[in-house]
Design a protein around this ligand. Structure first.
Ligand SMILES: Nc1ncnc2c1ncn2[C@@H]1O[C@H](COP(=O)(O)OP(=O)(O)OP(=O)(O)O)[C@@H](O)[C@H]1O
Length: 208
């Protein structure tokens, strides 16, 4: 599926990532832990096509990242991609229609329930707490059943119940054959991964 070949990223000629090579496999969990400012978000943004490498290539099934490839991905990033003036259900409906999914309303309602937001289904998202927004972002990212899920510190600020919910939903997706790539500051989370990665001086290395 997604592969990075000799990917280097510089900001104003300052290297952040150097010659990163990575090939993701279906049905696997990856965790990336590394200190603040080491380039984790930068890497994730290149993986989902939000930013381009300075050198090297990001490919999907051997071809350059296209809009079609990006439809195979679900992302939970620091920016939630949610509309504050829409309710939880309306947000999911918006994305379901954007993806051209059939049974959009039922799907939106099911996902609101799946992430435990039933009581807040018709509340505007601007009235949501951070944890509620994160739950809705997870639902938004999974609506279209992506083959690859990329998450940037999804557990940040979540209570134990929300965290367990995330873990359950992610495990469920992996069992269905999806790949999960998780950036986290929580080393204990990395234990659940098939592959634990870190960044050292801009290079991606496996933690053994
Ligand atoms: N758009 C940008 N322009 C210039 N420099 C940037 C930009 N984005 C990130 N950087 C720099 O690149 C480096 C890596 O940033 P990045 O956000 O990828 O790190 P991170 O590992 O995700 O950090 P954190 O754990 O704090 O979220 C930092 O030094 C940061 O200042």
């Amino acid at each position: 599926m997604l592969a990075l070949a000799d990917v280097t990223k510089e900001y104003d000629f300052r290297p952040v990532l150097a010659n990163v090579n990575l090939t993701l496999e279906p049905g696997k969990r990856y965790a990336l832990t590394a200190p603040n400012g080491s380039g984790k978000t930068t890497l994730l943004h290149m993986m989902c096509g939000l930013s381009r490498p300075s050198r090297g290539a990001v490919t999907w099934q051997g071809k350059p990242l296209s809009a079609r490839a990006r439809r195979q991905m679900g992302v939970v990033l620091q920016q939630g991609f949610l509309y504050g003036d829409l309710t939880a259900v309306e947000n999911l409906l918006f994305y379901a229609r954007l993806y051209g999914l059939s049974g959009a309303r039922k799907l939106a309602q099911d996902w609101v329930q799946r992430v435990g937001l039933n009581d807040a289904a018709d509340l505007k998202v601007k009235e949501f707490s951070k944890g509620m927004k994160q739950r809705l972002s997870l639902a938004r990212a999974l609506l279209h059943e992506p083959a690859l899920l990329l998450l940037d510190e999804p557990y940040d600020g979540l209570d134990r119940t929300s965290r367990q919910l995330f873990q359950d939903v992610l495990s469920d997706r992996v069992r269905s054959g999806a790949t999960v790539f998780l950036v986290t500051h929580q080393e204990d989370e990395a234990r659940f991964a098939d592959t634990h990665l870190t960044l050292q001086y801009g290079r991606l290395v496996e933690v053994r």
